[in-house]
Design a protein around this ligand. Structure first.
Ligand SMILES: C[S@@+](CC[C@H](N)C(=O)[O-])C[C@H]1O[C@@H](n2cnc3c(N)ncnc32)[C@H](O)[C@@H]1O
Length: 329
């Protein structure tokens, strides 16, 4: 069978090569071949064509140290290149994380992710020379924000093929061997035993049907003494409880266990972590997650009861956001 160009491109990326003796390379290679098949589905064409059409650039300016992840300047591109870029950016809508600025074009995403980064940054260990995993990295916003701290190796994983195209678009403008993306899911981290110094696990645990198993998988992929940054949707309250919705929560079916902060602390303490510290716990507000021109679907405001925003439209407590730092035992 003749494979598509994108299938071959994905498999050409051997980011794991320097680490073959530390990770389960044979299994990873087999898995990656399977995952490459996802890129041959016709559904990816909607991103593939516009993104691949954007020309490779080098030597343009960038800034990853401010709220907006910025590539190039407006005047760097010809009008034809601007047009191609514009089509690629639009094809990747809705933009969930940001803000980004591509050659003068501001992409105002649904989430103002710099607020999350600003809360996390003071709690990070020194990232210099660290091996880092960003689980559910989405469009790589946080990975770029890590770069000024000079990490050794950053692997962003996200099983959604659309984010592979975000990665390919970003790479058109800024290629840095330290930043890598793979279509892996969190369960695949068992292929990286005791490998990472720092793991970011933000915005995912409440989407897991087996959160404890997931935490144990994370612990297995981390070096003893390594740092986990965990961020989660949760519910208010001091006692260690989880809300388990009957059906939908915030109009979505993928919410399972929504913990209080103390429940999350207990979960971590019983899954291979210690020195667990909650550093933020607050009610999520609509200035942080909202509809924009780049994310036109329903957002937080529409998920809350208009007469009582302390509740979701289903009548459950509105979400809090809990931020935790924990150390792998
Ligand atoms: C709510 S977003 C959070 C994104 C980002 N980590 C943040 O905190 O802003 C959840 C992300 O997890 C990704 N995801 C879904 N299933 C996953 C899995 N099994 N393993 C890793 N990531 C997953 C989604 O594609 C999405 O990008």
């Amino acid at each position: 069978m003749k494979h598509t160009n994108i299938f071959r491109e994905y498999l050409k990326d051997h980011y794991y090569e320097p680490y073959t003796s530390e990770i389960k390379t044979d299994e990873l290679k087999i898995l990656r071949k399977e995952l490459a098949g996802k890129l041959e589905k016709s559904s990816v064409k909607v991103w593939e064509e516009p993104v691949e059409d954007v020309e490779l650039r080098s030597g343009d300016g960038f800034d990853f140290s401010s709220d907006t992840v910025r590539f190039g300047q407006e005047g760097d591109l010809s009008s034809e290149e601007q047009e191609k870029l514009s089509l690629a950016l639009k094809s990747l809508m809705p933009w969930r994380k940001g803000p980004f600025n591509y050659y003068g074009r501001e992409v105002d995403a649904e989430w103002r992710s710099h607020l999350k980064w600003d809360r996390v940054a003071p709690w990070l260990p020194d990232l210099k020379n660290k091996k880092i995993c960003d689980i559910g990295c989405n469009n790589e916003y946080y990975m770029y924000r890590m770069l000024p701290q000079d990490p050794w190796f950053v692997l962003g994983i996200d099983p959604m093929t659309r984010y592979y195209y975000h990665h390919r678009l970003n790479k058109k403008f800024h290629r840095d061997d330290r930043l890598n993306f793979d279509l892996l899911g969190v369960d695949d981290l068992n292929l990286f035993p005791r490998f990472f110094d720092v793991v970011f696990f933000m915005g995912i645990i409440y989407h897991r049907r087996n959160p404890l198993q997931t935490l144990e998988t994370l612990a297995g992929a981390m070096k003893p003494g390594g740092t986990l940054i965990l961020e989660s949707s949760g519910i208010p309250g001091d006692d260690p409880y989880c809300l388990f919705p009957e059906g939908r929560y915030m109009q979505a079916s993928g919410y399972w266990f929504l913990p209080t902060a103390s429940a999350l602390v207990n979960m971590l303490n019983r899954s291979g972590f210690h020195k667990v510290e909650v550093f933020e716990n607050f009610k999520l507000e609509t200035h942080e997650q909202r509809q924009t021109d780049w994310a036109v679907f329903y957002s937080l405001e529409q998920f809350l009861d208009p007469n009582d925003p302390s509740k979701t439209t289903e009548g459950y407590p509105a979400p809090t956001r809990i931020y935790i730092r924990a150390v792998k035992k």
